[in-house]
Ligand binder design. Structure first.
Ligand code: C2E
Ligand code: MG
Ligand code: MG
Length: 703
């Protein structure tokens, strides 16, 4: 702290009192000191004390011998009075007795002047005493100010509600206020001299790892630092506080770093309060589920995340059927309990990544992020309706409930959240119109697709259960002899109206549903059984069976094939398996191994739809393949499209150079046949010869 000296000019003039019973002396003394301040004198020693008490002068010039009065005694009186104790008393006498000088100074006098008075010396001595007097007074004032200031600081630091810890430049604690003592569990006496990180044990609230004390950062970086968010203070006595605040470096006037000060306060309660307020603001009171406000946030979030993943977001509006009626007739008390129970069941049925919110009396919204396929929503909607099926029991009374659901999907039918809500509402309206316990999609096309799919799944499951998938046979013709030496087996499934379902559709669904193994085995068994029958009747027709890549890669495929061959007693050379190029893009080592095993038994291997995939030629060379089937799309286009023609030619050349048999697919005209033949293709398949034929029809042409 800086000592502020009052400017000379700002000081009131000094008071100087002269006490002398001889007026001539007074005149001389006054002349000597008149420039130094306001001079008052008395020649009556009896009045001196009163006068001095009254004026409280800085300096008194005091004669020693004044008749019956003695200046030394007067000096003692002056010094004994607190008001004048600091007054500088200078004795003036005509005696030059050293003892007298001693006694007078011993009585409290500060200087000694002898008469006759030398004006200059006298003035100088009085001026010096004045300066000393002022210096002493200033010093005292400064001390008092400093003391007051220190006390005030202490009182402030002790009375503020924050914890305050000060350190020196090395981070060693120098001060702790009572709040800091309380929160750290250290008393100031023990804490002073310890490293701050020992006294303030700070940890990250989430990871519980030690946090660096902000005082160190403030010291290192010489700037104010905020304490890490999410900070916990572990007190010595075992309490844990969530704390928040900052540290600042302490620098002196020369800008030298003297230490750091950390100010912190307990935010545990405000955090708890914030969490509670947040919950209250964002959650429905009755069910504790997110309310409309939070729903808005979550939906926004779900749309964003799903978009990033290039997936969809589903929004389901779930409404309790006839709730108004129930509520009115049973009373709001039961109504509330029902709503709570419905909320619980819905929550129980939903996936963890979904959000369920309550948006109205009997309305809930379920947000489903990252939807890959629409039918996922279909499954969820069914689940939500199923969990309502068990009766609700309240006060031993059973109640039946159902819900209707409207579904909207981003981005398929709505871009924004508001739009999604509106669409879900429209869909809900439609669901209600269809009767209770229904769910509807906003997009009717989607709904149509979905219903078709559900229907298809039913038909497929039933056909597999009953083993009724039909296998038809399309003859393959040796173009040189026009003989039928082989036939492709093709699966056929009819819908409930008797229309053919395209094989790629139901094969794909069987793959999705995990039924392809079963279906594939049924087809293979039927194909092999047919071939064996024909063989037994003297017709060696090799049967070419399509294999889905998924089925091929499933464990035990080789055993399945072999088992069926054994069961049906068909020679391996009577079976050809058609695999697609996509198979060659799977784990090629596994594929190669299975292909090799199959091929070693004598089964023929064909690559179907060749030219449409991206199989590498090096694989083709390495794998035990016997036949290449030129994809029908090239055959169909080759008459009009030069590029397709070139591809057919290239595939044919490739087949020849690898020593493979070539089958031309989709031959519909004699011209097709002609061209393929000219390229050296040996076998033809297509409507030009025969469409796929039911087994008995096929038999009429071969037998
Ligand atoms: P794919 O193996 O290439 O079968 C040839 C397809 O072309 C058959 O269609 C056949 O009916 C059709 N086709 C034959 N000749 C002609 C023609 O001259 N012109 C035209 N436009 N089409 C012709 P399909 O039976 O509808 O089968 C389609 C695809 O479904 C098959 O293509 C095959 O990939 C798959 N598939 C059929 N049955 C099975 C099966 O049992 N298992 C597996 N995994 N897939 C099968
Ligand atoms: Mg095929
Ligand atoms: Mg094909």
């Amino acid at each position: 702290m800086q000592l502020v000296r009052p400017e000379k000019t700002s000081r009131p003039p000094a008071n100087i009192v002269i006490v002398d019973d001889e007026i001539s002396s007074v005149v001389v003394l006054e002349a000597a000191v008149k420039d130094l301040g306001k001079v008052t004198y008395t020649t009556t020693p009896a009045d001196a004390i009163e006068l001095i008490q009254d004026i409280q002068p800085e300096v008194v010039l005091m004669d020693i011998e004044m008749g019956e009065y003695n200046g030394v005694d007067l000096c003692k009186q002056i010094k004994n009075s607190p008001a004048t104790a600091k007054t500088a008393v200078i004795f003036v006498t005509s005696h030059s007795n050293p003892d007298l000088e001693y006694f007078s100074l011993d009585s409290g006098g500060i200087d000694f002047l002898t008469k006759p008075i030398n004006l200059k010396t006298c003035k100088m001595r009085v001026a010096n005493q004045l300066a000393l007097y002022y210096y002493a007074k200033d010093l005292e004032n400064a001390k008092e100010e400093l003391y007051n200031e220190k006390e005030q600081f202490k009182a402030t630091l002790n009375s503020i509600g924050d914890g305050v810890v000060a350190t020196d430049a090395q981070g060693i604690v120098t001060f702790l206020n009572p709040i800091a003592e309380h929160m750290t569990g250290w008393n100031a006496v023990d804490a002073v001299g310890k490293p701050i990180e020992l006294v303030m044990d700070l940890k990250d609230a989430t990871t519980h790892e030690k946090s660096i004390n902000p005082a160190h950062l403030a010291l290192e970086e010489n700037r104010i630092v905020a304490m890490a968010l999410n900070c916990q203070l572990y007190s010595k006595s075992g309490n844990v506080y969530r704390v928040e605040d900052s540290a600042a470096p302490i620098v002196d006037e020369q800008n030298r770093l003297r230490g750091a000060i950390v100010v912190f306060h307990d935010v545990s309660e405000s955090i708890a309060m914030a969490v509670k307020m947040n919950h209250l603001a964002n959650n429905d009171q009755l069910t504790g589920l997110p309310n409309r406000i939070l729903l808005h946030d979550r939906l926004e979030q779900a749309i964003k995340v799903s978009k990033q993943n290039r997936l969809m977001t589903g929004l389901m509006l779930i409404d309790i059927d006839n709730f108004k009626y129930l509520n009115d007739s049973l009373g709001h008390h039961i109504g509330d309990i029902l709503i709570k129970q419905v909320a619980m069941r819905l929550e129980f049925a939903m996936d963890a990544n979904c959000t369920l919110a309550r948006v109205g009396g009997d309305e809930f919204v379920l947000i489903v992020p990252n939807v890959r396929e629409i039918r996922q929503l279909n499954t969820i909607a069914t689940d939500m309706q199923e969990v309502m099926q068990k009766p609700f029991v309240i006060e031993k009374q059973e109640y039946s409930l159902s819900v209707s659901i409207g579904i909207s999907i981003n981005p398929t039918d709505a871009e924004t959240e508001g739009h999604m809500m509106r669409n879900a509402d429209v869909a809900m309206f439609r669901a209600k119109k269809q009767g209770k316990q229904c769910y509807c999609f906003f997009s009717q096309n989607l709904e149509q697709d979905l219903h078709e799919r559900i229907e298809l799944e039913k038909v497929l499951r039933e056909a597999i259960d009953k083993n009724t998938v039909e296998v038809v046979f399309q003859p393959q013709i040796d173009m040189a002899t026009q003989q039928i030496n082989s036939a492709e087996a093709l699966a056929r499934l009819k819908d409930k109206n008797g229309n053919n379902i395209p094989p790629p559709k139901f094969i794909g669904l069987a793959e999705e549903l995990g039924l392809i193994d079963l279906l594939g085995q049924q087809i293979l068994r039927k194909s092999c059984t047919a071939a064996k029958e024909w063989y037994d009747k003297g017709k060696e027709i090799r049967v070419c069976v399509n294999v889905s890549a998924l089925q091929f890669c499933s464990p035990g495929y080789f055993d399945q094939v072999f088992k069926i061959l054994e069961e049906t007693n068909l020679r391996t050379s009577m079976l050809e398996l058609e695999v697609t190029e996509t198979l060659l893009m799977q784990d090629i080592q596994v594929v190669e191994e299975i292909l090799r095993d199959l091929s070693l038994t004598g089964i023929f291997i064909a690559i179907d739809d060749f030219g449409t995939g991206y199989s590498s030629l090096s694989y083709l060379k390495r794998l035990p393949v016997d036949v290449l089937k030129i994809d029908q799309s090239f055959v169909r286009d080759m008459l009009d499209d030069k590029q397709s023609l070139d591809i057919v030619k290239t595939i044919s050349d490739l087949g020849h150079s690898l020593g493979l048999k070539l089958v031309g697919e989709g031959i519909e005209t004699a011209e097709h046949e002609q061209i393929l033949k000219s390229f050296g293709c040996q076998i033809g398949q297509g409507y030009h010869y025969h469409k796929p034929l039911a087994k008995k029809d096929f038999e009429t042409i071969i037998l």
